[in-house]
Design a protein around this ligand. Structure first.
Ligand code: 13P
Length: 245
């Protein structure tokens, strides 16, 4: 239970077609009558193929749209299959997720992430910057070291902290059904906030309606980045409701 301003960011990953947009009707309806609606910010990050349609659908609502990644170039270019921040802004995206572990795994370096963040901010997008340790890094007690490095290099020469939100997503928690222990998460969020001069911190990794009450005990969190459970409106709404009642 909280009375805080919280973000609920839905990351649909590589799921969803045009028909999936119908599932937003429930969320729009819910938000209209939700007593704490002024406390929450909902952001949907669908695949790029749905951004334009989703922006149009959510035009008269207070639900925002973001992308799940972007190319690092600020200009158009011969980069087959890529979309840059300016192009995302052009179709109405307001946010972009950068540094997700599913992309880091494919070779995205801290240096590329830093460039992406620079150019996304330049284009006027807000950035959801993902950091997190793998299970072997956790076992070897390297969590703080890893996070420190990701923050240091990822945010190198970034001045506009107000347009950045950090999403702490331990890689071992993503899609596993496992969440960190309360005291561990509290301590990690505190560490991130100290290192970043109080940038907002979201938690991501297996957030669902069953474990949300445990996560809500972490009172320094500013919201959640939700994967699987965000694809079902009922679960997504339940997570929000349970955070406030
Ligand atoms: P899950 O909620 O499916 O574990 O995914 C978390 C995530 O990666 C969000 O970006």
């Amino acid at each position: 239970m909280t009375n805080k301003y919280m973000y609920f960011v839905a990351n649909w990953k590589m799921f969803g077609g045009v028909k999936s947009l119908n599932s937003l009707d429930k969320v729009i309806k819910f938000l209209r009558s939700f007593k704490k609606k002024n406390f929450i910010k909902i952001v949907y990050c669908p695949p790029n193929t749905l951004i334009d349609l989703m922006v149009k659908k959510l035009k008269k609502t207070k639900i925002y749209v973001g992308a799940q990644n972007c190319h690092e170039s600020e200009k158009f270019g011969a980069f087959t299959g890529s979309v840059n921040p300016m192009m995302l802004k052009n179709v109405g995206a307001r946010y972009v997720i950068i540094g997700h572990s599913e992309i880091r795994e494919k070779g995205e370096t801290n240096k590329i992430i830093n460039l992406k963040i620079h150019n996304a901010l330049k284009s006027g997008l807000k950035v959801i910057f993902c950091i997190g340790e793998t299970s072997s890094e956790k076992k070897n007690k390297m969590t703080k070291n890893v996070l420190n490095k990701q923050i240091k290099f990822g945010l190198d020469r970034i001045r506009n902290n107000k347009s950045i939100i950090i999403a702490y997503e331990p890689v071992w928690a993503i899609g596993s059904g496992i969440i960190p222990k309360t005291n561990e998460l509290l301590e990690t969020v505190e560490f991130i906030k100290k290192k970043t001069k109080n940038i907002k911190v979201l938690y991501g990794g297996s957030v669902n309606p069953k474990n949300i009450h445990r996560l809500n005990l972490i009172d320094n969190l500013d919201g959640y980045l939700i994967g699987g459970a965000s694809q079902e409106s009922k679960k997504f709404i339940d997570i929000i409701k349970k955070t406030y009642n």
